[in-house]
Ligand binder design. Structure first.
Ligand code: ZN
Ligand code: ZN
Length: 305
């Protein structure tokens, strides 16, 4: 595994933040948080931004991701309806703002922020969007993860509830963490698994090959009754995961062939290699639109060869 450093970040001219995604202009006061019971005191929360997973232990709550900062009060109220216990741990699946926006507020209320160390480094240094050049400033101190790990996996425990944390290398970003709650058979996968074309943050370590390998890994843990919380979109099953993985592998193979043949980004876009997949997988707006996805896949090869 490659450990990124502040120096390495400073030396990289073009990075990718993607933190705001296509969420600018959202009126957060109109967002409603929807709670889905996944069984065994485990819940999926949907609002605006990345999906949240909540697991209630005997003396506290483990939470995965926190959406945008302005939604903190609404998310807190939704959690209070589930349990009066405090959030003990907040796990970050990756550094994007639609997943870590609530870090500072939940931390100030006592939650320990747990994350892969690459997430801490990205948040502390600030980031730049590879496609647009948009910059994200360094995060405030309260938003930074304080319990981090680098190699292998990690584990978080709260009142008898266990969250198993794994790291997949260079997938959606270079700090992706996936979380498994074995007693509820729930997987929370962040943006390495979505229901449309995924965003691929190639400026900050994301690659299409890593995305395929990540989903291969999840398929080994999931079974037919596993409830899978995607980074975005509705709750999913192992069959959905398999379908997503196969789509990614097809995309990788087709675009790599063009890339290896020396085609430019413009030539690859003109060739429309994903035309038959776009209807099913292309999002109407944001980072999962067919053109943006194809550009990100192409650049993920360019950035890693
Ligand atoms: Zn996201
Ligand atoms: Zn993301």
């Amino acid at each position: 595994m490659k450990r990124i450093t502040i120096a390495a970040l400073a030396g990289t001219a073009v990075l990718f933040a993607g933190a705001a995604h296509a969420q600018q202009g959202v009126d957060f006061s109109k967002v409603e948080i929807k709670t889905t019971d996944l069984g065994n005191k485990t819940y999926m929360l949907e609002g605006q931004g990345g999906n949240i997973t909540v697991a209630v232990g005997a003396d506290g709550i483990i939470m995965v991701d926190s959406q945008f900062a302005p939604l903190h009060d609404k998310i807190k109220a939704a959690i209070a309806k589930i349990s009066p216990l405090p959030v003990k741990y907040l796990i970050n699946t990756h550094y994007h703002g639609d997943h870590v926006g609530g870090n500072a507020a939940f931390h100030k209320e006592g939650a320990t922020i747990v994350a892969h160390d690459n997430i801490r480094v990205r948040l502390a240094a600030g980031t730049t969007n590879g496609l647009t050049g948009n910059k994200n400033p360094p995060a405030e101190a309260d938003a930074l993860p304080t319990e981090t790990w680098l190699v292998g996996g990690s584990k978080v425990e709260a009142g008898g509830r266990v969250a198993q944390l794994g790291h997949v290398i260079n997938a959606h970003t270079d700090g992706d963490t996936w979380v498994y709650f074995p007693d509820a058979n729930v997987l929370a996968l962040g943006d390495t698994f979505t229901r449309n074309y995924p965003n691929l943050d190639w400026g900050n370590g994301g690659t299409i090959e890593g995305m395929v390998l990540a989903n291969d890994r999840y398929l080994k843990t999931a079974n037919d009754t596993t409830k899978i919380v995607p980074g975005h979109g509705p709750l999913a099953t192992k069959a959905n995961l398999q379908e997503f993985r196969d789509m990614l592998a097809t995309v990788r193979d087709r675009v790599k062939k063009l890339y290896d043949a020396g085609k430019t980004e413009e030539e690859v876009l003109a060739a429309k290699p994903l035309a038959d997949l776009d209807t099913k997988w292309g999002a109407a707006q944001g980072l999962g639109t067919p053109t943006t996805f194809l550009r990100n896949v192409y650049n993920s090869f360019r950035n890693h060869n």
